[in-house]
Structure formats: structure tokens, C-alpha cells
Design a protein. Structure first.
Length: 244
């Protein structure tokens, strides 16, 4: 009888742990007031796969061509991304989770961490790269040329020498720890708080795909990764009305 009682108590403790873990995950993905969760913590509802691709070229495709591309990119997404413990987890390869919905002006909150050094990733805004994520301690020659040592949180794909390209401060946490972005985009201007430190101050974001053209008025959010296993969680957005 004592053995049975012990087993029952152990089982109850395990069930309690599972319940608490599930509750903690649900609480973790609770957006702040005025925000909505872009990622539900369970599946890719509201997202599709898309690689680095000019939004104007995507729009110019025929319906059949576009459907075929999205079919292939969704297959690639399934190969390299998974949902694990309320997170989007990438193996360092493949296309990027891309919101089904396009956004104009917004405030975006999210958390990310890299699990291996030497990664090079970022957050595409309106389908254009990007608020930079990379390993500031990458010793490779390529990293030295690109400016990894300045840290993540800048608009690295802006034209050289322009405001916002290099972050105002270096705020990266060590590999394996969670980092946070608070990104505001109004018109073509972007402000970034990285781990609660201002790294981009109301800088114009350049259109990567058309250097002489304006920034897209609307477009999707993309979570771009390559080179390192990367995790994302707590992805929240608040759309900002034009009159605001």
C-alpha cells in the first residue's frame, strides 16, 4: 500500500509539473495591452515560408507562379523550422517565417537567442532587410568586413555611412541567452530598442531591393536566420494608425 501511495504521489507531482509548464508557456506568450500575438506558440498559423525575395517581383508573378513558389517555400519551412516549447526553432538554414498579413506602421516586440556562434540573421520589416542579428564575437574575416563587432540591433542593410546602419551601443547578450527587440516603424523611419538600450534612433530605413526607390508602404514581418540554430518567442505587434 505504501508503494502504491508513493507512486500516486509521484504521478500527481509529475502531472502538476506538466500543468504548470503548460500554464507558464501560455502566460509567456501573453501580449502587452494593445498588442496581439503574431505567433500562437503552437503552430505556424498566420505565417508562411518565404526566402530573401523582392516583394515587387513576388507581386509581378502570375497566380500560378506565385502559388508554386509559396508551395516550395512552405515545404522548405517545414524542413528547417519547428515549434518547440512555445518557440519557433530554426536549424540555421532555409527560408524565413513570413506573416500572411502585411503591415504599415507598427510597434513590434520579440525575443530571440542564438544557440551557436557565428550566426547572421535579422528581422525583415515590410519584407525588406533588416534589423540585424549576428554574433559580435565572430572572428572570421567576413565578419570583420561586415562589422559584426559593432553588435546586433542596427539597420545594417542601409547604405554605408547612413544613420542607423551601425547600432548606437553594443547590447548583445552572450550566445545562448535571450535578447529582446522593440522596433517601431512609422513611414520609412525605424527606432530600435535592443535589450532596453536605444540602438537606432528614428533613422530612415532604405529599400534593399530598390536603393533609389522609397520604402514599401506595407509588407510582411520576416524572421530571417542562417548559420546558427536560432529561437524566437513572444512575437507581438501593435499596428499604429496613420492619424496617431
Amino acid at each position: 500500500m505504501k508503494t502504491i501511495s508513493t507512486l500516486l504521489l509521484t504521478l500527481a507531482a509529475l502531472l502538476s509539473t506538466v500543468t504548470l509548464s503548460a500554464a507558464a508557456r501560455a502566460e509567456q506568450n501573453t501580449p502587452p495591452e494593445g498588442f496581439v500575438a503574431l505567433f500562437n506558440g503552437k503552430d505556424f498559423s498566420g505565417w508562411h515560408g518565404l526566402g530573401h525575395f523582392d516583394p515587387n517581383k513576388l507581386k509581378a508573378m502570375s497566380d500560378d507562379e506565385r502559388a508554386e513558389k509559396l508551395k516550395n517555400d512552405n515545404a522548405d519551412l517545414a524542413k528547417h523550422w519547428q515549434i518547440k516549447d512555445g518557440m519557433m526553432v530554426n536549424d540555421g538554414h532555409g527560408v524565413y517565417p513570413t506573416t500572411d498579413k502585411d503591415y504599415g506602421d507598427f510597434e513590434l516586440h520579440l525575443e530571440w537567442k542564438m544557440l551557436r556562434p557565428n550566426g547572421d540573421s535579422g528581422i525583415y520589416l515590410r519584407g525588406s532587410p533588416q534589423v540585424q542579428i549576428w554574433d559580435p564575437n565572430d572572428p572570421s574575416e567576413g565578419a570583420k568586413m561586415h562589422g559584426n563587432s559593432t553588435g546586433s540591433g542596427g539597420l545594417w542593410n542601409n547604405n554605408p555611412g547612413s544613420p542607423g546602419r551601425v547600432p548606437l551601443v553594443k547590447a548583445d547578450k552572450p550566445i545562448g541567452e535571450w535578447n529582446s527587440f522593440r522596433i517601431t516603424m512609422i513611414g520609412d523611419r525605424v527606432t530600435v530598442y535592443f535589450n532596453d538600450q536605444l540602438t537606432v534612433d528614428n533613422a530612415v530605413m532604405h529599400n534593399f531591393f530598390d536603393r533609389e526607390g522609397p520604402m514599401f508602404e506595407t509588407g510582411p514581418i520576416q524572421l530571417q536566420t542562417h548559420g546558427s540554430e536560432t529561437h524566437f518567442r513572444n512575437v507581438f505587434i501593435r499596428e499604429i494608425p496613420r492619424d496617431e
